[in-house]
Design a protein around this ligand. Structure first.
Ligand SMILES: Nc1ncnc2c1ncn2[C@@H]1O[C@H](COP(=O)(O)OP(=O)(O)O)[C@@H](O)[C@H]1O
Ligand SMILES: CC(=O)N[C@@H](CCC(=O)OP(=O)(O)O)C(=O)O
Length: 282
C-alpha cells in the first residue's frame, strides 16, 4: 500500500534510467534490474533505459590489444576504438539487457542514437587534460561526440505500447561518422528531449557523498556548484552532476543518483517513501 501514492504520481510518466557499466557487472543484479523495468512498465510508468559499458569496452579493447586511455573522464576514441565501442555497446551489452528484460516477461527494443536519427552528435571540441588548467596540452578526443540534436519520433512510437526502449549511447554525426557519446550525457539529452519526470543515474556509490562519506539525500543546483568548487565532488561524479544540471534546465523534474548494485534500487527510489539516493532538483 505504501507504493500506491507513488504509483499514482508516476502513472504514465517517463522515467529515464541510466544504467552504468559498473552497476551492471554482476549478472544477478542485472537480471533484478531487468525485473524492475518490467514491473515499472506494468505499473503504468514508461521506463527508458540508457546503458553505459565503460568497463566492458575496456575489457574488449584489452583483449584485442588496443591501448585505451581517458582524458577528463572521456575515452580518447580513434577509428579502431569507435568500431569496438559500437560493437560492445550496440551489440553485446544492448542485446544482453534486451534479453534480460524479455526473459522477465517484458518486451524490450534495443536502439542506439543512430536509429531513426534519434541523436545526432557533433565532435566534442575541447579540451585540456584537467578540468581547469589552461596550460595543459589540448587533447584531441577523436570520435567522441556530444548530442547536438535529439529527435524523439522513434521513441514516441515506442512509448505507451508496452515496449521498453533500451538505448546505447552511440550516435551519428552530421558528417556521417560514428561517435562515442558518454552515457551520462546521452541520458541527459534523452531525458531533456522527452520531458522526463525523473532521470535516475545508477552508479556504484550510494549517491553524492559529503567529505565524511555520508550520503547527501537532497541537493539543489546551487549546492552542486559549491560542492564542485570545494572539492567534495570530483572525478566521474563531475560530468554526472553537470548532466543533472543540464537535464533540470531542460525541464526534467528531478534527477536521482543512486547505487545500482542495491537490490531493486529503482523500485525503492520511485515507489517507497524514503527513496534510495541523492535527489537533485532545481
Ligand atoms: N562527492 C562524491 N560522491 C560520490 N562519488 C564521488 C564523489 N566525488 C567523486 N566521486 C566518484 O564518482 C564515481 C562515480 O562516477 P563514475 O565512475 O563515472 O560512474 P559510472 O561508471 O556509474 O558512470 C564514484 O565511484 C566516486 O569514485
Ligand atoms: C566518450 C566516452 O567516454 N564514452 C564511454 C561510453 C560508455 C559509458 O559512458 O559507460 P559508463 O556509463 O559505464 O561509464 C566509453 O567509451 O567508455
Amino acid at each position: 500500500m505504501q507504493a500506491l501514492p507513488h504509483m499514482l504520481r508516476y502513472d504514465d510518466a517517463i522515467v529515464v534510467v541510466k544504467y552504468g557499466g559498473h552497476a551492471m557487472g554482476d549478472e544477478q543484479v542485472a537480471r533484478e534490474f531487468a525485473k524492475d523495468m518490467v514491473l515499472l512498465e506494468q505499473s503504468g510508468v514508461n521506463p527508458v533505459v540508457v546503458h553505459g559499458g565503460g568497463p566492458q569496452i575496456g575489457a574488449m579493447l584489452k583483449k584485442l590489444g588496443i591501448a585505451s586511455h581517458f582524458s577528463g573522464g572521456l575515452r580518447v576514441t580513434d577509428k579502431a576504438t569507435v568500431e569496438i565501442v559500437e560493437m560492445v555497446l550496440c551489440g553485446s551489452i544492448n542485446k544482453q539487457i534486451v534479453g534480460f528484460i524479455n526473459a522477465e516477461g517484458g518486451r524490450a527494443i534495443g536502439l542506439c542514437g543512430k536509429d531513426g536519427n534519434m541523436v545526432t552528435a557533433t565532435k566534442l571540441e575541447r579540451h585540456t587534460e584537467g578540468h581547469t588548467a589552461s596550460d595543459e596540452p589540448e587533447v584531441d578526443l577523436g570520435f567522441v561526440g556530444e548530442p547536438s540534436k535529439v529527435d524523439v519520433t522513434v521513441l514516441d512510437q515506442v512509448l505507451g505500447r508496452e515496449l521498453i526502449p533500451v538505448l546505447a549511447p552511440v550516435a551519428q554525426g552530421s558528417d556521417g561518422e560514428t561517435y562515442n557519446v558518454n552515457a551520462d550525457t546521452f541520458a541527459g539529452a534523452i531525458a531533456g528531449a522527452l520531458g522526463a519526470k525523473r532521470l535516475l543515474f545508477l552508479t556504484d556509490v550510494p549517491g553524492v557523498l559529503d567529505k565524511q562519506k555520508n550520503l547527501i539525500k537532497e541537493l539543489r543546483v546551487d549546492d552542486i556548484r559549491g560542492l564542485i568548487a570545494d572539492g567534495t565532488i570530483t572525478g566521474g561524479m563531475i560530468p554526472k552532476v553537470e548532466t543533472c544540471i543540464y537535464a533540470l534546465e531542460q525541464g526534467v523534474e528531478g534527477v536521482v543518483i543512486l547505487d545500482g548494485k542495491l537490490p531493486h534500487a529503482v523500485l525503492v527510489e520511485l515507489l517507497t517513501d524514503h527513496g534510495a539516493g541523492t535527489l537533485i532538483t532545481r
